[in-house]
Design a protein around this ligand. Structure first.
Ligand SMILES: NC(=O)c1ccc[n+]([C@@H]2O[C@H](COP(=O)([O-])OP(=O)(O)OC[C@H]3O[C@@H](n4cnc5c(N)ncnc54)[C@H](OP(=O)(O)O)[C@@H]3O)[C@@H](O)[C@H]2O)c1
Length: 157
């Protein structure tokens, strides 16, 4: 069995106590509820705030994980439990670099919604080869405002 198949969750939303993360969690609880179709969890740095926000959207039974960007061990513990992490915690240049490293370390696919191009360049320079060698997908800039920019480049080309 591959390492991915041994993981407890398919997806963790890190930042679910914030504005954007809450919207993602609200979408997932509406679409999937709690089922084996998608084994998902929410994560944040502050358990009580996370519990309050999840109760507000009817997602209080979704499993919760606590991880702080300043605590690398907590990031590794989170990344080791899931196949994919979607992070809504930014600014990414301030809070995001260690999570990218933890995902590569733990064989975890990753997506974010950063628009911070200098930081993306830095992450690509630092991690691309290792991610490629391990077959891990690090996908920056998913959705929201990022889509018009992507379409602009596409049309320009
Ligand atoms: N590309 C786009 O179109 C687009 C659109 C929307 C947002 N964004 C970006 O997405 C990010 C989030 O935006 P938002 O409006 O959702 O912000 P937000 O409501 O302020 O949420 C930020 C989240 O980060 C968490 N956080 C802060 N410091 C942390 C740390 N040290 N460890 C772990 N978690 C930490 C906060 O936790 P607490 O709840 O405990 O404070 C909160 O859950 C921003 O960088 C924003 O620029 C991009």
């Amino acid at each position: 069995m591959s390492k991915q198949n041994e993981k407890k969750y398919d997806l963790i939303i890190w930042g679910a106590s914030g504005f954007t993360g809450r919207l993602v969690a609200e979408y997932l609880i509406g679409k999937y509820g709690i089922s084996d179709d998608l084994k998902w969890a929410v994560a944040a740095r502050n358990q009580s705030k996370l519990e309050t926000v999840m109760a507000e959207i009817g997602a209080e039974k979704v499993p919760m994980v606590i991880a702080d960007s300043h605590d690398v061990a907590s990031l590794n513990a989170m990344a080791s439990q899931t196949k994919v992490i979607c992070t809504t915690i930014g600014p990414y240049a301030k809070y995001g670099s260690e999570l990218v490293a933890a995902c590569i370390e733990n064989g975890t696919d990753y997506c974010d919604l950063t628009g911070e191009v200098q930081w993306m360049r830095k992450m690509i320079d630092k991690h691309h080869e290792a991610a490629k060698a391990k077959g891990i997908r690090i996908v920056h800039t998913c959705g929201f405002d990022s889509i018009p920019s992507d379409m602009g480049v596409y049309f320009l080309q």
